[in-house]
Design a binder for this molecule. Structure first.
Ligand SMILES: [Zn+2]
Length: 218
């Protein structure tokens, strides 16, 4: 009976949390998902499902999984709309490299440990994946890659945060506290990021309209 009690409580927590966050979900679906998870862990650890539920499934599972799921749903709904953009393949490659530097600086400077990180690493990672997939899916002869508006927006947001942190001197290539030439490196990187931002189409004054930057390639 203990197993049934905890299982039912986890499902109830999940359903209640989704409801509090403005969604709805079928308890039977939640129960099936939880049971599948328990069975998979049991198979992997060679223990019984009862042991998994008692020992390996946290009491907070329902609330935490529901919160994560609702954040994912809202994240997808918040994707910027708009037509896809076209980039020369070497431009897309350059943007991937710039995003990599942005994430490297964010990590080096402990941004993810701040109470309110300046950079949304998840968006940055989505931008890297989106650009990488666009390059991969380019036509065989293709020097032109097609990138979704959401990926373009995440790239722009990430590189703007990078530019602003470099410009303010908040982030450094080496934040050890001593001066050994980082300033020159950081100034060069800032100049490069400013150029990289010119490769992106400029968003219009309204959130919907997207006007092409005259300097960008077609
Ligand atoms: Zn140093």
């Amino acid at each position: 009976m203990a197993r049934r009690g905890k299982f039912a409580r986890l499902v109830d927590d999940f359903v209640a949390t989704v409801g509090e966050l403005g969604g709805s979900v079928d308890p039977a679906v939640v129960a099936a998902e939880l049971q599948a998870r328990i069975d998979a862990i049991a198979a992997q650890l060679h223990v019984t499902p009862q042991t998994v539920l008692r020992t390996y499934i946290d009491d907070e599972w329902g609330r935490e999984m529901a919160t994560t799921m609702m954040a994912d749903v809202k994240g997808r709904a918040a994707k910027p709309a708009g037509p896809p953009e076209h980039f020369a393949a070497r431009v897309a490659g350059r943007l991937v490299a710039a995003l990599g530097q942005a994430m490297l600086y964010a990590t080096t400077n402990g941004d993810h440990q701040q109470p309110v990180p300046a950079m949304d690493l998840r968006q940055a990672a989505e931008a890297v994946s989106g650009l990488g997939l666009a390059i991969h899916e380019a036509p065989p002869d293709g020097q032109i890659v097609t990138v979704g508006a959401d990926v373009v927006a995440w790239t722009r947001t990430t590189l703007r945060v990078f530019r602003d942190q470099l410009g303010a001197g908040t982030w450094s290539s080496c934040p050890c506290g001593e001066q050994h030439g980082q300033h020159d490196t950081d100034a060069a990187v800032l100049a490069a990021v400013n150029n990289d931002l010119l490769l992106l189409p400029m968003p219009g004054p309204d959130n919907g309209e997207v006007a092409r930057n005259p300097g960008a390639e077609d």
